[in-house]
Design a protein around this ligand. Structure first.
Ligand code: ADP
Length: 257
């Protein structure tokens, strides 16, 4: 795989109390810097803007109100980019912020503009950091399981830039035959070649309190990516070094083909 998209969820980027996990982000940026150094092109799709905003304003909990969330996302996005820029800068890498809404693929002209931006950034060895534009679009904030989350945004971006692989990092080792947080006997599925109704049924509803989509959106993302010929790996982001393991062909997480 030459062109890689990595998506990290809120559960990977923040502690359970909502505060930002700097150590985790630092490790993530170091691993991704090495991936770029090895000659690959990396695009990072990141959630976490609201969570970072909550931390920045030292709020006790995440607000449920959409407008509050939008404002917090605006605050948190700056801080999040500052952190990424600083850490990637430590390893001599430059980032570019790309804020998108899912309808970018619906208009051919806009789609082309977005493609051009990615191509040029990647050509220059810059790491595009993608998030949903929460000021314009409230799809992710509203938790629309179909399109509006970053799992799906990461699939859309992967297809748009014709990536070789999409890696979605979450707080779980991969896709199980049922939710391991509810069923201790749940079994990890190593490879899924077809997303059947049975697989969809295993995905259940939304996941952790801080994360947004749970498995349902990851399955939709997997379908979108694989239908366009982009393989996807779902793996645990607790140790970001897992990205290197995935890229060296080790059997970690769940591979969707
Ligand atoms: P993120 O913020 O990383 O996107 P989410 O919290 O949205 O993560 O989704 C991950 C959660 O989905 C897991 O922690 C788990 O509790 C839940 N889940 C539900 N069904 C499954 C399943 N079949 N396999 C794995 N995890 C599942």
């Amino acid at each position: 795989a030459k062109r890689i998209v990595v998506k990290v969820g809120t559960s990977t980027l923040t502690y359970e109390n909502g505060q930002i996990n700097l150590g985790r982000i630092e490790k993530l940026t170091r691993v991704l810097s090495d991936v770029v150094n090895s000659g690959k092109e990396v695009t990072l799709v990141t959630s976490g803007a609201v969570g970072v905003g909550v931390g920045k304003l030292k709020l006790k909990e995440k607000p449920t109100n959409i407008r509050e969330k939008q404002a917090l996302a605006a605050i948190g996005q700056c801080e999040l980019m500052h952190i990424y820029s600083k850490f990637f800068g430590e390893y001599s890498h430059t980032v570019g912020q790309v804020l998108l809404t899912r309808d970018v693929i619906e208009d051919e002209h806009i789609k082309q503009n977005v493609c051009n931006t990615f191509e040029l950034l990647l050509q220059k060895g810059i790491i595009p950091i993608v998030n949903e534009n929460d000021t314009v679009s409230i799809d992710e904030l509203e938790n629309i399981a179909k399109f509006g989350d970053n799992d799906n945004l990461s699939a859309i971006v992967s297809v748009l830039i014709d990536a070789d692989l999409l890696i979605i990092l979450s707080d779980i080792d991969g896709f199980y035959d049922s939710n391991p947080k509810e069923n201790p006997n749940a079994k990890l599925i190593k490879q899924i070649d077809e997303i059947t109704a049975e697989i969809e049924a295993c995905a259940g509803g939304a996941g952790s309190s801080l994360g947004t989509g749970g498995m349902a959106t990851k399955i939709t993302a997997a379908r979108k990516a694989t239908e366009a010929g982009v393989n996807m790996v779902l793996a645990n982001g607790e140790e970001p070094a897992i990205i290197a393991e995935v890229l060296s062909g080790e059997e970690v997480g769940t591979l969707f083909t």
